[in-house]
Ligand binder design. Structure first.
Ligand code: IDP
Ligand code: MG
Length: 138
């Protein structure tokens, strides 16, 4: 069993895609361990995206992710990290296959609907930014 972190970004919440995205993960046989609707402080956004500090899109990314409510969640299952990434689709929606979340609902790389941890190590770093241990109930 593996745990991963994924989060519906402000554009996904605004487009009323929370239910659809949770359903896609669950229909794939993945378990929902934690889910909430929240707003990211600038500090937490910078912590989440610390690996991107200094990149040309960093400021835009932090501005965007703090611009409205987000829906962070913890997902569990065999190979959860890579399976969630497959369901999300490619970072740039222009490269994302139809049938993936980004391929179906996103237009631009800067507003691509979902975040997903890229490794177990990243998931273990990202989960505590959003959830206390007693909130992981799955
Ligand atoms: P990921 O979300 O698929 O893991 P990362 O490379 O980790 O992709 O980038 C984090 C986020 O930064 C992306 O989801 C995307 O929203 C944004 N991003 C990545 N590359 C660019 C870019 O070239 N221009 C604008 N935004 C970008
Ligand atoms: Mg990433």
């Amino acid at each position: 069993m593996e745990r991963t972190f994924t989060m519906i970004k402000p554009d996904g919440v605004k487009k009323a895609l929370v239910g659809e995205i949770v359903k896609r993960y669950q229909d794939a046989g993945l378990q929902l361990v934690a889910l909430k609707l929240t707003r990211l402080s600038r500090d937490k956004a910078e912590e989440l995206y610390s690996v991107h500090q200094g990149k040309p899109f960093y400021m835009e990314l932090v501005d965007f992710i703090t611009s409205g409510p987000v829906a962070p969640m913890v997902i569990e299952g065999d190979n959860a990290v890579s399976r969630v990434r497959d369901i999300m689709g490619a970072t740039n929606p222009k490269d994302a296959d139809k049938g993936t979340i980004r391929g179906d609902f996103a237009e631009e790389v800067s507003e691509n609907i979902v975040h997903g941890a890229d490794s177990v190590e990243s998931a273990n770093r990202e989960i505590p930014i959003f959830f206390n241990d007693d909130e992981l109930v799955g």
